[in-house]
Design a protein around this ligand. Structure first.
Ligand SMILES: [Mg+2]
Length: 391
């Protein structure tokens, strides 16, 4: 599957926010950081201060020696968080697949947004322009087929950079870059590169997989791939870290499909009820089965929008159960289902995915929940249970 990834990185973020809030700072060297008297370090410096050699993570005392004229300010994290939310609101106009790396940078997967908005370049330009016009802040944008390349691209031409790395330009883009630009190069691996005389990514590409594994152990494969611009990591939205799931282990192995489906439906109802009680909706539905020989298989399916509707979750997990398990003899000792990609209900869902039927299902679910709460779990058996038996 090909992806189109944007990496958006604010330029000198904390310092730029200070300049925004106090226009008198513009044109001066601005350093944001901990006080030098308390052995603080630089959190951010604007470009004028950087021209004196000041950079982030440098001791504040050293920064003030290099640039005595600098206006030195303590960080105002609450304000940066507030602006970070506003930046994310701009991102959300184009995709729900946003993975923040920090307050001021994020990966966006816009692969699914192209149908609606045209090219990735257009989306990137719009995001850069809207952040500038609406928030008065500069961002750099990198666009590439994967995260690794997009991050390199956003960094390539800062500030207010805009760099696109197309599939057929990957090698040309990487070849002259220093190996230290590669993700994962630390002190130890940096020294090995030095010893081998490898300075550029182009030189690194001349080394075989086997040789790199010999020099770098398991990291060798990683470097071999990066040298070719290969990076399979997905954009993982922040809220996808969480999940709600439930499973049942049987007292004896079960091969009766009807019994297994019944257990799966019961689990789905429990998970959906937990979602609704927590005020959460999920996008990714998982199925887990463990066979009598203890081999375990999981399957997942990501819906176009987050949901807490029992029927939609049930149809999704049943679909996986019927069509996405190996065709071998079904004899299970465990079955489970879960939902991840959770988002708070308050978060607006894109309108284009909500239809009337879902609205009705949602109302049915809340009625069901109310009756269950009042009369106990067994009070209602879903129409789905009956429908299932007719199939
Ligand atoms: Mg930044």
């Amino acid at each position: 599957m090909t992806h189109t990834i944007l990496h958006v990185d604010m330029d000198a973020f904390y310092a730029s926010v200070e300049e925004l809030d106090d226009p008198a700072l513009r044109g001066q060297s601005v350093i944001v950081g901990g006080p030098s008297a308390k052995r603080g370090v630089v959190a951010a410096a604007n470009y004028r201060a950087r021209s004196y050699g000041v950079h982030s993570a440098m001791p504040s005392s050293q920064a003030l020696r290099l640039c005595p004229e600098a206006v030195f300010l303590p960080p105002r994290m609450e304000r940066y968080v507030e602006i970070s939310h506003e930046i994310h609101e701009v991102f959300q106009r184009y995709t729900p697949l946003i993975e923040p790396l920090s307050l001021d940078e994020a990966f966006l997967d816009v692969g699914q947004s192209l149908k609606l908005f045209g090219t990735a370049e257009h989306i990137g330009q719009e995001i850069q322009r809207q952040i500038q016009e609406e928030l008065g802040l500069a961002a750099s944008v990198g666009i590439a087929p994967n995260k690794f390349l997009a991050k390199l691209a956003s960094d390539y031409n800062k500030p207010y950079g805009f760099v696109v790395v197309k599939e057929d330009a990957i090698d040309a883009f990487l070849t002259p870059l220093p190996v230290t630009a590669l993700w994962g190069v630390g002190k130890v691996s940096g020294k090995v590169f030095q010893k081998l005389g490898i300075e550029t990514v182009g030189q690194l590409r001349g080394y075989s997989r086997e040789l790199l594994q010999q020099y770098f152990g398991s990291q060798g494969e990683h470097f071999w791939q990066l040298a070719r611009g290969i990076d399979e990591r997905e954009v993982v939205p922040e809220h996808e870290a969480k999940s709600i799931s439930n499973e049942t282990t049987f007292g004896q192995d079960i091969s009766d499909r009807e019994l297994l489906l019944g257990a799966l439906l019961a689990l789905t109802e429990q998970v959906a009820g937990r979602l609704r009680r927590a005020g959460l909706k999920g996008r990714t539905v998982q199925l887990k089965v463990r066979y009598s020989d203890f081999s375990t298989i999981t399957r997942s399916h990501t819906l176009p929008a987050a949901t807490d509707i029992t029927d939609l979750l049930w149809q999704t997990v049943r679909q996986m159960f019927e069509h996405r398990l190996p065709t071998r003899h079904l004899s299970l000792r465990l079955i489970g289902m879960g939902v991840s990609g959770l988002a708070e209900e308050a978060e607006p869902q894109p309108d284009l995915f909500v239809d009337d039927e879902q609205e009705q299902q949602s109302q049915l679910d809340s009625v069901t929940d109310t009756i269950r709460e009042r009369f106990g779990k067994e009070a209602l058996s879903r129409a789905g249970t009956l429908r299932r038996k007719k199939d």
